[in-house]
Design a binder for this molecule. Structure first.
Ligand SMILES: Nc1ncnc2c1ncn2[C@@H]1O[C@H](COP(=O)(O)OP(=O)(O)OP(=O)(O)O)[C@@H](O)[C@H]1O
Length: 613
C-alpha cells in the first residue's frame, strides 16, 4: 500500500451511534414520561439509548460535548453544549441521577451516562468479580500441585511454559481468566487444570460445568475437550471427572421462553463446583452479570477467550476489560513459582487482586512460525497497517490473499463464491448425509463488516442467489431450494433453535428439510415452515461468525471506512480461517481499520482496575 493512497473517510464525524428504531423510540418515551423539555438532555438520552443499541454500555459525554451532530433522520444539525454545561443541565433533569440514586439514567463521575439497568449490571458484576478475585482458593496442597503440573505439562516445549503457569493461576485462584489467540492451547490447558483440580479434591467428584455463548462454540469446545482428554497423562479417575459435554450458557443458566430472567441466580445457584466458559469475549455485560450472580459462594469460575477479538454484539466488552492485567503481585508470583516451577517475575507496582487472576497464552500451536495468517493477525493487533499491507501485497504466503477491488467491482465475487462453495454443492447434489454436508458448508465462508449495503451480507447473499437462479439451481420467487443455507435470527426455545444456529436445506428421501447440528453433535431436520426467523447465509457478518471456524475465509471490506470496521473486526475475521484468509477491498479501507485506535475502557474497566464507583 503506497503512502499516497487517500484514506476513505466516513461522511461526517462524530457519527450518531448506529442504533435501532427501538432505541430512538425508547429515548422519546423516556423524555415524554419525564416531561423533559431541554433539548440537550433529550439528545443525551437519545444518544445513550442508541449507544446501548449499538453495543456500548454507556454514552461518554466527552465524545460528543461541544460538537455539532447531524441527526440521522436528515433534520437540522444540532450543537451540543460543552461538557461542564451539559453535565450541569443533565444534573437538573428528573430523568438523570448520580450513582446510587433511583432514576432512569445515571451520570457517573467520569461523565458517562448510563441507562440505570446497565449501571446496575456493571456495579453488581464488578463487586462480585472483585470478591471472587480477592478470595484465593483455600486448602491447596502445593507439593501435590507441583507434581501434577509437572506431569500434565511434561509434553510442552514452550519456554517459559505459559500453559503450565496459567494452570497454576487457575488452581490457586477461585477466579481465572485465560486469554490467548487461536491455537494457543486454551482448551488443552483447561483440561489439565480440571485434572489438577480433581486431584486436589481427592475422592469427592467435582461438579464441573462446561459452557460457551453459542451452540457452535459449545460444540467446538466439547469436541476439543474430548480429544484432549484422551491425551492426558493421569489416572483414569481424574480423566473421568472431566465432562464430555458442553452446553450453551443460556442452557446452563436455565433460559426461559419470553423472559430475560434465568432459572439460576443468587437464590437458586448453579449446582456446580467449577464453571468453565469458553469464547468468553462474546459474553455481554448483562449475561456475564447473570452468570456470576448464579455461581454458588464456593464455586470457581474459569473464563477462556481471546481479548483481541471483537467484543460482544450486545452492550459491553467484559472480557477485554478483565484482561487489562498489570502483572502478578510479589507474594503471588512467589507462590506461582513454587506451584509451577515456571520463572515468573512480579510486577513492579502493587497490582490489584484481579491482576493475579489473569493468564495470557501467546504461542500459537495452530499457526506455524511461517504462517501468513498468524503473521497478519499479529500485525493487525499491533496496529501496524503498512507492514500488514506489505505482507499481503508480497503474496509470499499461500494461506493469504489480497484482492484489490474498487468499491463496487464485485462482479467476480459470485464466481469466487461458487468456487468456494463447490464442494458444498457437490455434497448437496450427491444427497450426502446431512452431517457431511454441514461440514462441507463450513469449509468456506464470506464474512462482511455490515449486514446491509452492497457489500453487506444481505446484498452479497442476494447477488449469489441471482447467480444460482441463472444456473437454474433455484427459481425466481422460490425461497427454498436444496442447498439453501440459513442462519437463525431469533431464539425458539420449543424447537431448541437459537440465534446464530446455521442449517442447510436438503432434499432427501423425497422431502426438503432444513438440518441443524446441536451442541451435542445430534443432527435434526425441520420442515422449512417451522423454522423461527432466519435468513440466507452464504455471507455473514464477522460478528455472527464469532465462535466459528472455517477452512477458508473471504473477508469482503466495505466501500469506505466505517466505525464498525475496526482492528478487532479484521483480527476476528482472519483468525476464523484455518487454512486460508482472503481479503477483498480497497487498501485504504483496510489501512484505516488496522489504524483505528482501540475503544477506550468502559466504566467496568475503571471499577475493576482503579476502584471507580
Ligand atoms: N503445548 C503444546 N504442544 C504441542 N501442541 C499443542 C500444545 N498445546 C496445544 N497444542 C495443540 O494445538 C492445537 C490447538 O490447541 P487448543 O485447541 O488447546 O487451543 P485453543 O487455544 O483452545 O484453540 P482455539 O480456541 O483457537 O480452537 C491442538 O491441536 C493442540 O493439540
Amino acid at each position: 500500500m503506497s503512502a499516497e493512497t487517500p484514506a476513505v473517510k466516513p461522511a461526517v464525524p462524530p457519527p450518531v451511534p448506529e442504533g435501532s428504531p427501538l432505541g430512538r423510540q425508547f429515548a422519546a418515551y423516556l423524555c415524554r414520561l419525564g416531561g423533559e423539555d431541554d433539548p440537550a438532555v433529550a439528545w443525551a438520552v437519545r444518544l445513550a439509548c442508541l449507544a446501548v443499541a449499538g453495543g456500548q454500555v454507556c454514552l461518554r459525554l466527552a465524545d460528543y460535548a461541544g460538537t455539532t451532530i447531524l441527526p440521522e433522520d436528515g433534520t437540522d444539525p444540532v450543537e451540543l453544549p460543552a461538557l461542564a454545561e451539559w453535565q450541569a443541565r443533565l444534573g437538573r433533569s428528573r430523568l438523570v441521577g448520580p450513582p446510587g440514586q433511583f432514576a432512569p439514567l445515571i451520570l457517573d463521575t467520569g461523565s458517562r451516562l448510563y441507562l440505570a439497568r446497565y449501571w446496575n449490571y456493571e456495579r453488581k458484576l464488578a463487586e462480585r468479580l472483585l470478591d471472587l478475585a480477592e478470595s484465593p482458593a483455600a486448602g491447596i496442597d502445593l507439593p501435590r500441585l507441583r507434581a501434577d503440573l509437572d506431569r500434565l505439562f511434561a509434553h510442552n516445549r514452550e519456554i517459559p511454559d505459559r500453559q503450565k503457569l496459567a494452570a497454576a493461576v487457575a488452581v490457586l485462584r477461585r477466579f481465572c481468566v485465560i486469554s490467548g489467540g487461536p491455537g494457543t492451547g486454551k482448551t488443552s490447558t483447561v483440561v489439565r487444570i480440571l485434572a489438577a483440580l480433581q486431584a486436589q479434591a481427592g475422592d469427592r467428584p467435582l461438579r464441573i460445568a462446561l459452557a460457551a455463548p453459542t451452540g457452535k462454540a459449545a460444540a467446538r469446545v466439547q469436541e476439543a475437550i474430548r480429544n484432549q482428554k484422551q491425551k492426558l497423562d493421569c489416572p483414569d479417575a481424574l480423566r473421568a471427572a472431566i465432562p464430555d459435554t458442553a452446553c450453551t450458557l443460556h442452557r446452563l443458566l436455565g433460559a426461559r421462553p419470553d423472559s430475560v430472567y434465568f432459572r439460576h441466580h443468587r437464590d437458586n445457584p448453579l449446582p456446580v463446583d467449577v464453571a468453565v466458559v469458553d469464547e468468553a469475549s462474546m459474553i455481554d455485560l448483562a449475561l456475564m452479570a447473570k452468570l456470576v450472580d448464579a455461581l454458588p459462594e464456593h464455586a470457581r469460575l474459569i473464563l477462556l477467550g481471546d481479548k483481541d477479538q471483537l467484543a460482544a454484539v450486545e452492550a459491553g466488552s467484559v472480557f477485554g476489560d478483565l484482561c487489562a492485567s498489570q502483572g502478578y503481585g510479589l507474594d503471588f508470583a512467589a507462590q506461582l513459582r513454587e506451584a509451577s516451577g515456571v520463572p515468573v517475575a512480579s510486577s513492579d507496582m502493587f497490582p490489584p487482586a484481579l491482576s493475579n487472576c489473569v493468564a495470557l497464552l501467546t504461542h500459537s500451536h495452530r499457526f506455524r512460525e511461517d504462517s501468513g495468517i498468524g503473521a497478519l493477525a499479529r500485525l493487525v493487533n499491533e496496529g501496524r497497517p503498512k507492514p500488514a499491507l506489505d505482507l499481503l501485497n508480497k503474496g509470499d504466503h499461500a494461506d493469504l490473499a489480497f484482492v484489490r477491488e474498487r468499491g463496487k467491482q464485485v462482479q467476480d465475487l459470485a464466481e469466487r463464491m461458487a468456487q468456494g462453495y463447490a464442494a458444498y454443492f457437490a455434497a448437496v447434489d450427491a444427497e450426502a448425509e446431512p452431517r457431511e454436508t454441514l461440514r462441507a458448508f463450513d469449509r468456506f465462508r464470506v464474512l462482511t463488516a455490515h449486514r446491509e449495503g452492497g457489500r453487506g451480507a444481505r446484498g452479497v447473499n442476494r447477488q449469489f442467489e441471482e447467480r444460482l437462479w441463472a444456473q437454474r439451481r433455484l427459481w425466481p420467487g422460490t425461497r427454498w431450494y436444496a442447498g439453501r443455507p440459513v442462519i437463525v435470527t431469533r431464539n425458539d426455545y420449543d424447537l431448541r433453535l437459537f440465534n446464530g444456529d446455521i442449517g442447510v436445506a436438503l432434499f432427501l428421501e423425497g422431502e426438503l428439510r432444513v438440518y441443524f447440528e446441536d451442541a451435542d453433535g445430534r443432527v435434526r431436520g425441520f420442515a422449512p415452515g417451522r423454522l423461527p426467523e432466519h435468513e440466507t447465509v452464504y455471507a455473514m457478518t464477522v460478528h455472527k461468525s464469532q465462535g466459528s471456524e472455517f477452512d477458508e475465509v473471504l473477508l469482503l471490506l466495505p466501500e469506505a471506512e466505517s466505525p464498525v470496521l475496526d482492528r478487532p473486526l479484521v483480527y476476528t475475521a482472519i483468525t476464523r480461517a484455518r487454512h486460508k484468509a482472503e481479503i477483498r477491498g480497497l487498501p485504504a479501507v483496510l489501512e484505516g481499520a488496522i489504524k483505528s485506535s482501540p475503544r477506550p475502557s468502559s466504566g467496568l474497566g475503571e471499577r475493576l482496575w482503579r476502584g471507580g464507583q
